[in-house]
Design a protein around this ligand. Structure first.
Ligand code: UT7
Length: 330
């Protein structure tokens, strides 16, 4: 069977307008700008109001990616929305398809928490490589502020909302050089946004479970340890598959969870600081959106140039983690 190449040809990003600084957060919980900045690197985050929707920010990011790729919405064959926070539990991808007028595209949601973008990238690539689809729109978007316990200082200082998107296209030259994806459900309890059922009797001995999702809970120390150990391993594996060495990477683009994690991973891999892309000071942890937002900003700032090799790695709830090595451009 013929294998087709994959290229990332457009990017876009969008965040809600409301910005919440560490300073203002101290009005909500007992914390300080100093604690948050030194422990995480985060200074502020964007928060979606009731007037914002996941669909709206995701669509905004998607328009930018489509424009950069110089395609029409009707050229898109597939839309993958990586999110854990859809506007509708049945999925939000179809609403985005309608908003874009991407009438030829099949659209679905995909959940892999903060690894969603990297998992989505690899999933999209399979459709392109097999020749099934030529143009794929991949969006990573999350509004975790809906599910944060704003009284829990251990978690509420960390998260922000946003959306990032890329267009992936079939190409003569395969620019997805290597990848590796991992899951470990035995550590699932480290990071959750769980449904809590409440039994509601219906008739006779039949009852149903109608409850609510509970706010995010996280064992920060465990997740930190997991990330610092597993992320370098998974990048190494993806590099091995790409037949590359760490010093050949132009950019290290990690899920923007904590500056200390970014620093530790870079140090373990002997990757110098100037190659580490970081924007979490302004946005916090935007889950599936963090990698594509940072990617888009670096591309638009002309930091990332055509042909640059990027090692991207996502990690988070599931637990899930993964890495993709790709070069930017057509
Ligand atoms: O996207 C999914 C991936 N998620 C992550 O990657 C998160 C990974 N984990 C982390 O980034 C870090 O573990 C945190 C930033 C969540 C926490 O940093 P830490 O250095 O591990 O702090 P800690 O949980 O050990 O807490 C140290 C102290 C505690 O006080 P005591 O028990 O030492 O008296 C906490 O109660 O800091 C306290 N604390 C705070 N103090 C002020 C926890 N949160 C806060 C806060 N402000 N917001």
């Amino acid at each position: 069977m013929q294998n087709f190449g994959v290229a990332i040809t457009g990017s876009g990003s969008a965040v809600p307008t409301n910005s919440l600084s560490n300073e203002v957060l101290t009005q909500l919980v007992e914390t300080s700008d100093e604690w948050i900045a030194t422990r995480t690197g985060i200074r502020s985050r964007r928060l979606a109001s009731a007037n914002d929707s996941l669909q709206a920010i995701a669509t905004q990011a998607a328009w930018q990616a489509i424009a950069m790729a110089k395609i029409a919405p009707t050229d898109i064959d597939l839309i993958i929305l990586a999110t854990s926070t859809p506007d509708d539990l049945f999925g939000s991808a179809c609403q985005i398809q309608a908003a874009l007028g991407a009438t030829q595209a099949v659209a679905f949601d995909m959940t892999a928490a903060c690894s969603g973008f990297v998992f989505g990238l690899v999933t999209a690539a399979q459709y392109i490589r097999t020749g099934v689809y030529q143009n794929v729109l991949l969006i990573g978007a999350d509004i975790l502020s809906r599910w944060v316990d704003w009284k829990d200082r251990r978690t509420c200082v960390l998260f922000g909302d946003g959306a990032g998107a890329v267009v992936m296209q079939t190409s003569n030259r395969d620019r997805l050089l290597g990848f590796e994806l991992k899951s470990d459900g035995t550590q699932n309890q480290c990071l959750n946004l769980t449904y809590q059922p409440q039994s509601q009797p219906l008739v006779n001995d039949i009852s149903v479970a109608q409850g609510n999702y509970q706010p995010i809970t996280m064992n920060g120390k465990e997740v930190y340890r997991f990330a610092v150990q597993r992320v370098p391993e998974v990048i190494d594996k993806a590099l091995f598959r790409a037949n590359l060495k760490a010093d050949q990477i132009d950019w290290l683009l990690l899920h923007q969870a904590n500056q200390r994690i970014l620093d530790a991973v870079a140090e373990r891999m002997h990757i110098p600081q100037h190659k580490v892309i970081s924007n979490l000071a302004r946005y916090g942890n935007t889950s599936a959106a963090s990698i594509p937002i940072a990617l888009d900003e670096a591309i638009r700032a002309k930091k990332i140039k055509d042909g640059d090799i990027i090692a991207a790695s996502g990690f988070g709830a599931g637990l899930t983690w993964g890495a993709a090595i790709f070069s930017w451009g057509r």
